[in-house]
Design a protein around this ligand. Structure first.
Ligand SMILES: Cc1ncc(COP(=O)(O)O)c(C=O)c1O
Length: 394
């Protein structure tokens, strides 16, 4: 089996499994309890918080533990919106390429009277800082632009965006779910007020994440109930998962520089091999992208059958296209980049990780080449193009 779907989720790192087992056996108490079992769990929790904060160069209380990227994003967005509403500022700037964890809450806010500006990316999948500058208004209460896109890996100019938000005093949220653990990042340097991360993208457990919240930011809690996380996120913390996340974060970042150099070579080899297939194109900026992401479209091929046939050959991949109500919906990210739907539905996302090596890359190039050829020979559309009855897009 060749696993090339690390952007969907990464297998658990051994160090994370060990840390979780240890907590489940020896520190299973409720960290809010004052007795010894509680104190032991609390010590694990605060140790995890300190280690994560140290990687981000922030203060431990600025880290809030959550149930993952989705909750971190919702918390940041709704908090900024509520603070904005109280101050009479109800305009939000974000981007068309954001994950649904940002877009869906924004849709809800729009229904509740917020004015939401969604900026288009350029053809390479990058949202220009200049576009953000132009979109900002007197009543803007939030700018939300992701650190790196989950489909194309395109890295966004978040420092420039952070700088201009800071200069205007506008809260800036970045969804760093795909970048955290892979690229070292410091919210103070980025100039963001909130930053979302999710453990399962860097070898920690699923269902756990964190949200950085800058000290001094006007913050409105999302989950209400008990007084956990300094009254900012109710609910008994999942201490074992949090310990697993901290262990995975430590290990992932310790090796990040070397791993990124190794993955860049493999990524470029894979992209070069796949784009040698006739009528194919790389989606997203060729260099300003995560070191583990290759996203290619093949004209005349739909993503879903391609994925199923690759799966049969033991290759696990993903496509931006999703089956909705029986029809194949092209990815909103690729469509926003101006990629025609016919190409967008044929996109293949391959995301590499620690287990990927050169042999795997070469095997995948061959398997994709064969499978694309096979699907094209079965397609009447493709035949029409080959016979000149229809024009090729690429
Ligand atoms: C960019 C981005 N944001 C948010 C999420 C949601 O994270 P989670 O699965 O931890 O809720 C994902 C998950 O794929 C993502 O890629």
């Amino acid at each position: 089996m060749i696993y090339l779907d690390y952007a969907a989720t990464a297998p658990m790192r051994e160090c994370a499994i060990d840390a979780m087992n240890d907590v489940m056996r020896h520190a299973w108490g409720n960290p809010s309890s004052i007795h010894e079992e509680g104190a032991r769990a609390k010590a694990v929790l605060e140790d995890a918080r300190e280690r994560i904060a140290a990687h981000l160069g922030c203060r431990p209380p600025e880290i809030l533990f959550t149930s993952g990227g989705t909750e971190s994003d919702s918390t940041a967005v709704y908090s900024a919106a509520e603070a904005g509403r109280r101050a009479g500022r109800m305009h939000i700037v974000s981007a068309m390429i954001e994950h649904h964890a940002i877009l869906r809450p924004l849709e809800r806010l729009a229904q509740r009277g917020f004015d939401v500006t969604l900026l288009p990316p350029d053809r390479d999948g990058i949202v220009q800082a200049e576009a953000v500058r132009e979109a900002i208004r007197e009543d803007t209460c939030l700018v939300a632009v992701m650190t790196a896109n989950n489909e194309t890996g395109a890295i966004q100019p978040i420092r420039e965006i952070g700088e201009l938000c800071r200069a205007r005093g506008i809260p800036f949220h970045t969804d760093a779910v795909q970048a955290a653990g892979h690229i070292p990042m410091n919210p103070g340097e980025i100039g963001c007020d909130t930053l979302a991360a999710s453990a399962h993208k860097f070898g920690g457990p699923r269902g756990t994440g964190f949200l950085y919240v800058r000290r001094g930011l006007s913050f409105v809690p999302f989950l209400l109930g008990g007084g956990q996380e300094r009254e900012r996120r109710a609910g008994t913390e999942n201490v074992a998962a949090i310990a697993g996340m901290a262990a995975a974060f430590d290990e992932s970042l310790a090796g990040a520089e070397q791993e990124n150099a190794r993955l860049t070579v493999l990524r470029d080899r894979l992209a070069a091999g796949l784009t040698r297939i006739p009528k194919s194109t790389l989606n997203g900026h060729p260099q300003k992208r995560l070191t583990n992401n290759v996203n290619v479209s093949f004209e005349g091929v739909e993503g879903e059958p391609l994925l199923l046939l690759l799966d049969e050959r033991g290759i696990r991949a993903s496509s931006g296209a999703a089956c909705s109500a029986g029809a194949l919906e092209p990815s909103h990210v690729l469509t926003a980049m101006g990629i025609p739907s016919e190409l967008a539905v044929g996109s293949l996302r391959l995301t590499l990780g620690p287990d990927t090596d050169e042999d795997a890359v070469d095997t995948v190039i061959e398997a994709v080449r064969d499978t694309v050829e096979r699907l094209r020979t079965q397609s009447p559309e493709w035949q029409a193009k080959c016979e000149g009855r229809r024009a090729f897009l690429l």
